[in-house]
Design a protein around this ligand. Structure first.
Ligand code: UDP
Length: 236
């Protein structure tokens, strides 16, 4: 029996690159989608917020002199491309999926409408939220916190390359240890990087726990939904 009924999974765009330096790696996306399909088959309602960093980030556009808001809209469009790729891979693998966009782009993706998203989840479809919050100057971490709170997810699962929150950067410090659980307040005092400040504040204020775990560890997502110790739980 899964310990969780409804989850919001945040995938960074970079998670889709695999070992490539850019773009969407087919094998990697299929592997991630297979893990999502498995927990969906267990009866867990899954919503996904996907990033766009593998294709474009607003800050990168800003750095080369672009208007930042325009660059952020490009970043949001990048997340739409990733969301289409995930939706497609889910459907091809036999899992029903719906992509919903925070910006109007109706010929391509249906608009995000909260009751519709809730209906899809209750029908057992995986919902992929595209275009972040729909606003420039935000990130998809914040979109994950926002949509997580809106749909009443029990938790935000932040899938990263590192399998949790560590006392120090494990790549640089061999003595770094993983927190099994840590409060939002302690994470803030210790200046640990969990997610960006806006997303962090929203999750804390809404009492929405976050679990940081590695999407590259086979079976990790399943272990998380079964309530096993995996990654780090950040709680109020
Ligand atoms: N973005 C935005 N508003 C949002 C979410 C995303 O403007 O609500 C833009 C922003 O430019 C960002 C890009 O989309 O750099 C890609 O999202 P993000 O950097 O969060 O992707 P990730 O790091 O998760 O791959």
């Amino acid at each position: 029996m899964p310990a969780l009924q409804r989850i919001l999974l945040k995938l960074s765009g970079e998670a889709l690159m695999g070992e490539e330096a850019f773009g969407i790696h087919r094998g990697t996306i299929e592997r991630i989608v297979a893990e999502v399909a498995e927990v969906n088959r267990l009866g867990v309602q899954v919503a996904i917020v996907i990033g766009g960093g593998n294709l474009f980030r607003g800050v990168a556009g800003g750095a080369v002199g672009m208007d930042r808001a325009t660059a952020d809209y490009m970043g949001m469009l990048a997340t739409v491309m990733n969301a289409l790729a995930i939706g497609d891979a889910l459907e091809r693998g036999g899992t029903k999926a719906r992509v919903m966009s925070a910006i109007a782009i109706d010929q391509v993706v249906e608009p995000y409408v909260r009751p519709k998203a809730l209906q899809y989840l209750e029908e057992g479809k995986v919902v992929v939220f595209a275009a972040g919050t729909g606003n420039p100057f935000f990130t998809t971490d914040t979109a994950a916190a926002l949509r997580g709170a809106e749909i009443g997810a029990e938790i935000v699962l932040k899938a990263t390359k590192v399998d949790g929150v560590y006392t120090a950067d494990p790549k640089k410090d061999p003595n770094a240890t993983r927190y099994q659980r840590i409060s939002f307040d302690e994470a803030m005092v210790r200046q640990l990087q969990v997610m960006d400040a806006t997303a962090f504040a929203l999750c804390r204020d809404q009492n929405l726990p976050v679990r940081v775990f590695s999407i590259f560890k086979p079976g990790a997502l399943k272990r998380v939904v079964l309530g096993e110790d995996e990654g780090t739980l950040v709680h109020v």
